[in-house]
Design a protein around this ligand. Structure first.
Ligand code: UDX
Length: 446
């Protein structure tokens, strides 16, 4: 232990566990991170990070002396504060799979010292109450339970941990809440103290609200396309209203990732298990599914049938600065294109999809991916793609068509560089600029 700071145990060496462990080590705590996968632990012990997260490797290196990785339960349960950062993936029913959480709870030994179990994993409302009863029934009433959900975005997770907008601490006792809140004191962030169920709901509701904003702006974008408005201008005009704010109003081809898809469905399922039909959330999820597929219609509008056409998918990760492919729109798009009989060439600077995508060609460079392509689709807004509308790319393509799924490029610049350009909800799309003719009506109906 260093100084007065309590040692910290972390269950789970995934995204949340590693960021949490590394950041608490940076704050001066001795940290033990435990994972059940020996190969993951061995890699971490050897200094290899199993995922791409900016700033994390540096933190691990800098705090190596305070950070231990282990598969041993004994080492982690000796800490007075233990964070649960295990995965809670969806089950076939849409409910969160809590088996990893229960493994942690059920394997806690009969601790002699007082300790606190802190839930960072995203769990359904009511989980804390159930875990509390299970601990009590096992004679572990002296083990506290606190809900402390994470709000870390991949790609900026270290910064999000170190400079949080707020922290949420839901506890059954004041003492437990105080002990967990004290860990975050150096971060000087507002702390929302809540009961456990409300803390659990804050996490689910925050994610659902963010998804709602994205699906809302995506639907506005679709209406913009049909009416000649420009969603980029609209989003700016909306976002400057202090009641609304500018964030999560970037129109595109929909969200993916490890959180939104699973947590959205989990909240929907949680509501319906309790007899409530969460109509708005259902619509938000459906809009997102349809948004990914609209790309196919747009490609067909320019290219006709896609059978035999070559499409370059640029970016595979669900968002930039991560190699995470979970629920990435790229996977749906690639599969739809293959089903239509298109040839698919892909590029991503870090994500490796070779285990999840069959039948596509993986390319090492953007130029390689677009060579001979009938269209280039920007799927992930990687910085490398900002210069896509170049002479080199135009001459390499069979047909100079850019479908910008993230509104990354300047439409005028792309067009003046000789490309057919179409973004999402942009007034200057060829469709919007068509005169009021039968052809426009036909295209709007299509
Ligand atoms: C999210 C939450 O932000 C985080 O608080 C939670 O803990 C985990 O889930 P993350 O999935 O890492 O984090 O990424 P985020 O930046 O929120 O983006 C999620 C998805 O929404 C991405 O696919 C992104 O491309 C998309 N998105 C985001 C939009 O399409 N438009 C936007 O305006 C913002």
């Amino acid at each position: 232990m260093s100084g007065e700071k309590p040692a910290i145990g972390v269950f789970g060496a995934g995204w949340v566990g590693l960021v949490t462990g590394a950041c608490f080590a940076e704050l001066g705590h001795e940290v033990v991170v435990r994972d059940v996968l020996p190969e993951r632990v061995e890699a971490l012990q050897a200094g290899h990070l199993p995922l791409h997260e900016p700033g994390l490797a540096e933190l691990l290196e800098r705090n190596g002396e305070r950070l231990t990785f282990t598969t041993e339960l004994d080492e982690v349960v000796s800490a007075p504060i233990m964070f649960v950062c295990v995965g809670t993936p969806p089950t076939y029913s849409g409910d969160a799979d809590l088996s990893a959480v229960w493994t942690v709870v059920n394997h806690l030994p009969s601790l002699e010292e007082r300790a606190i179990l802190v839930m960072k994993s995203t769990v359904p409302v009511g989980t804390g109450e159930t875990v509390r009863s299970a601990l009590d029934a096992r004679g572990l009433a002296h083990v506290g339970y606190v809900s402390n959900p994470e709000f870390l975005s991949e790609g900026s997770a270290v910064r999000d941990f170190m400079s949080p907008d707020r922290l949420v601490v839901g506890a059954f006792t004041e003492a437990d809440a105080g002990a967990v809140a004290a860990l975050y004191e150096p971060l000087d962030a507002p702390i929302v103290r809540a009961d456990v169920a409300s803390a659990e709901m804050i996490k689910l509701a925050a994610n659902a609200f963010l998804m709602t904003r994205i699906s809302f702006i995506n639907e506005i974008a679709n209406v913009c396309e049909a009416t000649g408005a420009d969603v980029e201008q609209v989003a700016k005009g909306i976002g400057l209203d202090h009641r609304l704010g500018p964030h999560f109003l970037r129109a595109g081809i929909g969200w993916g990732g490890s959180c939104f898809p699973k947590d959205g469905v989990a909240l929907k399922q949680l509501a319906s298990n309790s007899g409530y039909h969460f109509q708005l959330l259902n619509a938000v999820i459906e809009v997102n599914e349809l948004q990914k597929r609209r790309v196919i219609g747009k490609l067909e509008k320019h290219l006709g049938k896609l059978r035999g056409k070559t499409i370059a998918l640029l970016g595979l990760a669900f968002k930039p600065n991560t190699d995470d492919l979970r629920e990435a729109p790229s996977l749906v798009l690639a599969s739809r294109l293959l089903a239509e009989g298109a040839e698919v060439r892909t590029w991503d600077p870090v994500a490796d999809a070779s285990n999840v995508l069959q039948g596509v060609t993986f390319c090492d460079s953007v130029l390689d991916a677009v060579t001979g392509a009938d269209a280039a689709v920007i799927v992930t807004e990687w910085d490398e793609l900002k210069t896509l509308a170049s002479e080199e790319v135009r001459t390499a393509m069979r047909r100079p068509l850019i479908l910008d799924g993230r509104n990354l490029l300047d439409p005028e610049q792309a067009r003046s560089a000789g490309f057919d350009y179409e973004g999402i909800g942009r007034a200057s799309s060829p469709l919007a600029s068509l005169p009021e003719t039968e052809e426009r009506e036909h295209q709007l109906e299509a």
